[in-house]
Design a protein around this ligand. Sequence first.
Ligand SMILES: Cc1cc2nc3c(=O)[nH]c(=O)nc-3n(C[C@H](O)[C@H](O)[C@H](O)COP(=O)(O)OP(=O)(O)OC[C@H]3O[C@@H](n4cnc5c(N)ncnc54)[C@H](O)[C@@H]3O)c2cc1C
Length: 492
Amino acid sequence: MLGRRGFLGAAASAAVVVGFDPSSRMWVTGAEAAPPSAPSFDRMPPLDGQLVIDDAARAAVATDLGNIVHRKPHAVLRPGSAKDIATVVRFCREHRLSVSTRGQGHTTHGQGLSNGVLIENKHLNRVHSLTPRTAVVDSGIKWMDLTKATYAQTPRTTPPTLTAYTGLSVGGTLSVGGIGGLVGGLNSGLQVDHVRELEVVTGTGDAERCSRTQKPDLFEAVLGGLGQCGVITKATLDLAPAKENARTYALEYGDTAAFCRDLRTLIDRQGVDHVYAELFPPGTTATYKLYATAFFDGTQPDNAAITRGLSATPQITDAGYLDYAFTIDNAIDELRATMGWDRLIKPWYDIWLPGSTLENYLAEVVPTLTPRDIGPYGAGLIYPQRRSLTTRPFPRLPKADGTRWAFVLDINTVAEKAGPDPAFVEEMLARNARMFARARDAHGATLYPIGSVPFTARDWRLQYGDRWQAFQAAKRRYDPSGILTPGPAIFG
Ligand SMILES: Cc1cc2nc3c(=O)[nH]c(=O)nc-3n(C[C@H](O)[C@H](O)[C@H](O)COP(=O)(O)OP(=O)(O)OC[C@H]3O[C@@H](n4cnc5c(N)ncnc54)[C@H](O)[C@@H]3O)c2cc1C
């Protein structure tokens, strides 16, 4: 129990939590702890940062980029150290309160929301050390900030795999997988495949170090583990040499067969470093736009060799490496400034397809899409991933099908206007559930769990397949009270 006067001075702001009253199950703040009639409560051990309960702080993290699920936490931790995370997780476990971690909150179906405590991890964002081969960083850092720091090294380096949008946190993408949106995929694995070591606070509040050789079960369970077994606080990441320039070849197609033929040619072509594609609903000028990029320093890429035998004529553009890597960030900044991007409803559909089913799936689904399925600010996207470079079990790629590739397909629907639209949400979530069931059952798809596909307990069991028991065992071991990250409702 609290010796009240003793720490009131430390709780300078009225909304800063000083303890928890187990009888009312309410947080107690500095202001409430002062009067002689104040409730008795368990004192929160001292923190380097702050645990706050003011409404503005809680409302700011009550939804994610999807604007579909709303869950206001009772308290928000602004950690000043990884030790704060351990302290608060232990305290929450004692009081049976749920805890979620928020990186940049860019999933779209409430994956990182919490009714209990929300750890606002963006406050832990330091680069601890850089060498030409590795970076040691706090997990709250954004990939963009890390990339700027690594590129400024001599020699220039880069994370080997970068998401298309780099304003995402290291901890957030390592918790889902991290596919190479603009860098990686052909010659590197997912971001989780380029992690050497992690520091993790488990659901028991213990701080652990893990790697492929040290506590490998924890390492496996947190990489692509959707925050179920621990909070990633620090990561040692691979770096790779970075080139100075990026040359992109953009090609348009109206026909699925020709598009897929050229896509498959380019992903195996010598000299091509990255490939992705956009898809559009029928009726637009092109159904597919394919982008292949070659990075280079002094010697220019051989255009004729790269585009040999393709059935479309490329438009060629050059950019500096960082301008290329931040293309989508610039586009999103523009939407944020002009369209209120953060507040638009985003019922995203994101799946992994086995290499052998891409053509059939596109032939089945693309003709059914209407402009509303993507919206004026949304995107349909296809990303190839070379399977032999993926090593981690929990980003659930489709079962091996004898091909060397898997593809992520996104139908990232965005509403036309900001503001609530329950009918649109209902329609799009039903679409996603229907499309996913068909994609899984007929085409062998798995979920890339960043979007808004409603999932039942059975869906989660099928998603983890032969890894389900290992995931359950890790959950029991590292989060025995089941307090971490309830958003996806994987374990009930
Ligand atoms: C414009 C845009 C482009 C994108 N492009 C790509 C792409 O190219 N490739 C790709 O793979 N993805 C892409 N994504 C999806 C993105 O990777 C995921 O939404 C990712 O989870 C977002 O990171 P975040 O920091 O916002 O994580 P959050 O949404 O904050 O968190 C994601 C999940 O991880 C948990 N979590 C967060 N931090 C931690 C931590 N430190 N420890 C444990 N659990 C944690 C959360 O509780 C939540 O369940 C894109 C998203 C957007 C909006």
